[in-house]
Design a protein around this ligand. Structure first.
Ligand SMILES: O=c1ccn([C@@H]2O[C@H](COP(=O)(O)O)[C@@H](O)[C@H]2O)c(=O)[nH]1
Length: 265
């Protein structure tokens, strides 16, 4: 099965397009979590609490880039897979071909990845050519600085993010999606009009205050796509003084987001 076939089956099974972001910020992990690998201990409990509502888990590589982090990530990916949930690594890779080939090896372990198109097609080929893997190309990101470059006009009449979206559609062989932020609902709509068939990963609902309705209305192609929340789910239990209550809050937050998104599906 390809990533997008798996994802379609998972969306069906959970009735959910929620991507649960696994960004275990060491500075925010609860004090009661006394473990050898705290990020893994945290993620395991989050996965236990949220997997019924998770179409996908999206660990961001930035939260794992040290030796203990790599171990925590490996355990997390295996555990998510054990629960039947696909894993999308948010790594935003993009480098010259020789290096990109090394980066792409991570697709032996995870099901999909985010990539940065700035270096051009040859930097993305090692990911695009991976049988079965999903590749989400950054088009219009959710941060305020996205406008600095992505909204510039290139050629005669297109913004850079529109141009990237069109190129990504040309690369698509049933394996390509786009990253478009929920904080830019007008851009979401424009990109959807340009590329009706590509599923989007839409980050930025929750902590970034993005538009959940636009995320669903424009993010899904034939019902397939992902709307991500990380901090809004992971740290929903902050303030709870015991473990059970803390992680129940994460489960409740994932369920609430699923229910809210489903109003617009
Ligand atoms: O445009 C983008 C691309 C990626 N992200 C990532 O998604 C999550 C969002 O986390 P929240 O806590 O829900 O804000 C995080 O890993 C980002 O690096 C994004 O936000 N926007």
């Amino acid at each position: 099965m390809t990533f997008f076939e798996d994802l379609a089956a998972r969306i069906d099974a959970t009735d959910s397009v929620v991507s649960v972001g696994l960004d275990p910020d060491l500075d925010r992990l609860p004090d009661f979590l006394d473990a050898d690998l705290p990020r893994w201990a945290f993620n395991r409990r989050v996965i236990d609490a949220t997997h019924e509502h998770a179409a996908c888990y999206k660990p961001n590589a930035a939260f794992y880039e040290d030796p203990d982090g790599w171990r925590a990530l490996r355990e997390t990916v295996a555990y998510a897979h054990g629960k039947g949930v696909p894993v999308l690594l948010d790594a935003k890779r993009g480098d010259i071909g020789n290096t990109a080939r090394q980066y792409a090896k991570v697709l032996d372990d995870v099901d999909a990845i985010t990539v940065n198109p700035y270096l051009g097609e040859d930097a993305l080929r090692p990911f695009l050519d991976r049988e079965g893997a999903g590749v989400f190309v950054l088009a219009r990101t959710s941060n305020p600085g996205a406008r600095d470059f992505q909204n510039l006009t290139v050629g005669n009449d297109k913004t850079l993010y529109e141009y990237v979206a069109q190129r990504a559609a040309e690369w698509d062989d049933g394996n390509v999606g786009l990253v478009v932020g929920a904080t830019a609902p007008e851009e979401l709509e424009e990109v959807r009009e340009l590329v009706p068939d590509l599923p989007f990963l839409v980050p930025g609902v929750g902590a970034q205050g993005g538009d959940a309705e636009a995320a669903v209305e424009h993010g899904l192609a034939d019902g397939i796509g992902l709307v991500n929340s990380s901090r809004g789910i992971l740290f929903a239990g902050e303030g709870a003084d015991e473990e059970g209550a803390y992680f129940r809050a994460a489960g409740d937050a994932a369920k609430r987001l699923k229910t809210r998104l489903n109003e617009y599906r």
